[in-house]
Design a protein around this ligand. Structure first.
Ligand SMILES: [Zn+2]
Length: 168
């Protein structure tokens, strides 16, 4: 094999190997995502928060103190502390869960679930994958969206206070 041929061969090999390496077990930091096992999260979080965030439980309607939170500030993921919602998009939906008409840019990702037979759009923190709630199309303008969030999956940081450092 001459030099040109071997370089071509190496190039082909790395194109094949690099994606395999990148999808290995240690992903934290490589793409902004935080990868932890359910066991690790169970040890870090209070049981009720763990069940919502990583077992897709739903808290009882009307149970969250965040329903009545009307101050300016930021709602961050209770698991990894990524900012998910700004108080400017919170509104009273009357459902008994903290509700928002818009998430912060790229803060949440969605997927369809069939837990109640009919399809619903589940959404979760884009960084740690922690389940937050469901999004519906009956919210107020300008988006028409209703992000119906479990209060236990959020932590509120009042404006002026320092946001917690992202959990590593
Ligand atoms: Zn998170």
């Amino acid at each position: 094999m001459d030099r040109r041929q071997s370089l071509k061969w190496l190039g082909g090999l790395s194109a094949w190997i690099l994606p395999v390496v990148a999808s290995g077990p240690s992903l934290a930091g490589t793409n902004g995502r935080l990868e932890k096992s359910k066991k690790e999260w169970r040890e870090l979080l209070p049981p009720a928060a763990y069940r919502i965030l990583f077992e897709e439980d739903t808290e009882r309607a009307g149970s969250s103190p965040l329903n009545h939170e009307k101050r300016d500030g930021t709602f961050v993921c209770a698991a990894c502390y990524l900012p998910l919602f700004d108080s400017a998009t919170k509104y009273e939906s009357g459902t008994g869960w903290p509700s928002f008409w818009q998430a912060l840019p790229e803060a949440v990702a969605t997927r369809t679930d069939f837990k109640l037979i009919l399809p619903r759009t589940e959404y979760h923190c884009s960084r740690c994958g922690g389940h937050q709630g469901h999004v519906f199309n009956d919210g107020p303008q300008p988006t028409g969206k209703r992000y119906c969030n479990n209060g236990l999956a959020l932590r509120f940081v009042v404006r002026g206070e320092t946001l917690p450092e992202l959990r590593g």
